[in-house]
Design a protein around this ligand. Structure first.
Ligand code: CP
Ligand code: NVA
Length: 335
């Protein structure tokens, strides 16, 4: 029987609200502190004995390593499945993969091309499914990015996050988050429809009216007074055939010293990585003092561990929140 895609999956933010996102941030802080306790005399292993199947239909460094290590540190075991070897919807129907993995495992982490395929996986699996990136969205990334700003004390309802580049999966997840957690999001992308974000995600986020969401095509105009300058590759996985065209189209959508100069002096620079120095970001900025790219990459680990505990041991997650009082900053964010 098909299950509804819902709370037990993490395909995006639509089943969460601001309070639940802040809860995840607070649990991520706690998880980060427990890291030393992953081994030793008193290890923190809330998913002891659980197994997670990981399907990667696209390349990955951060997501794959952080999930595999995270599952291990929490006491679980990760099974890595290369998309090519299991052949999602070629060797075997996604429905059968979902049903079968549900017999062996406690959760599925999947990086796939079409978003509809991960939705189908989630509908047919009786275990939670976590989106590790699709062509449409990358929620694990954006949760870790927003957490990084929260952890540094930079997050508030007025923070201006300016995404420079393609209106792609990463931009879509920022917009989805803006539909739920209040902040000021600006996307600066070329005007052509193919570089604009997903229309449905944008419409839903704007309807929710939690945040100010702007699209400003001129990057210098968009970056004015930014608190955060954010970018991603110009050519996403699966678009390699368009590389040359995109190199030309995106030339002015580069985070460089000139762009950084119009942001606030205190602005930080983020990039989900992999990065191409000299294309979407200069080496000077990527490796400069305002860059927090390695902190955000590290936080993928802590935030994904928090998501795993929430989905695989909800009792533990609930127990934490029963004993942990939100601080004033967090209360303000969700009030
Ligand atoms: N940012 C990110 O998801 O990196 P990987 O593609 O290396 O997993
Ligand atoms: N937009 C990029 C993100 C990589 C993490 C891609 O899909 O390739």
């Amino acid at each position: 029987m098909e299950k509804q895609i819902g709370k037990r999956d993490f395909l995006g933010f639509s089943h969460l609200n601001a309070a639940k996102i802040v809860e995840l941030f607070d649990f991520s802080l706690f998880i980060k502190k427990q890291r030393g306790k992953a081994t030793g005399d008193h290890p923190y292993r809330p998913v002891e004995g659980k197994t997670v199947a990981m399907i990667f239909n696209k390349p990955s460094l951060r997501t794959r390593v952080s999930f595999e290590i995270g599952i291990h540190e929490l006491g679980g075991y990760a099974v890595n499945l290369e998309g090519k070897s299991i052949g999602v919807n070629s060797r075997e129907a996604v429905e059968d993969i979902a049903l079968l993995l549900s017999r062996y495992n406690d959760a599925i982490v999947a990086r796939l091309h079409e978003h509809s395929v991960i939705e189908s996986l989630a509908r047919h699996a009786s275990i939670p499914v976590i989106n590790a990136l699709t062509d449409l969205s990358h929620p694990c990334q954006i949760l870790a990015d927003a957490f990084t700003l929260y952890e540094k004390g930079l997050w508030n309802e007025k923070i201006k996050v300016v995404f420079i580049g393609d209106g792609n999966n990463v931009a879509n997840s920022w917009i989805e988050l803006a539909g739920i957690l209040p902040f000021h999001f600006v996307l600066s992308c070329p005007e052509d429809a193919e570089y604009m974000p997903d229309g449905e995600i944008l419409e839903t986020a704007r309807k929710n009216s939690a945040s100010t969401i702007e699209i400003i095509h001129d990057p210098l105009e968009a970056a004015k007074e930014a608190d955060v300058l954010y970018t991603d590759v110009w050519t996403s996985m699966g678009q390699e055939g368009e590389t040359q065209k995109r190199l030309e189209t995106f030339r002015k959508y580069q985070i460089n010293a000139e762009l950084l100069a119009v942001a606030k002096p205190s602005a930080v620079v983020m990039h989900c990585m992999p990065a191409h120095r000299g294309q979407e970001i200069t080496a000077e900025v990527m490796d400069g003092p305002q860059s927090i790219v390695m902190d955000e990459a590290e936080n993928r680990l802590h935030v994904q561990k928090a998501v795993l505990v929430k989905l695989l041991n909800h009792e533990e997650y609930r127990k934490f929140h029963l004993t942990h009082r939100l601080d004033n900053v967090a209360k303000k964010l969700i009030s």
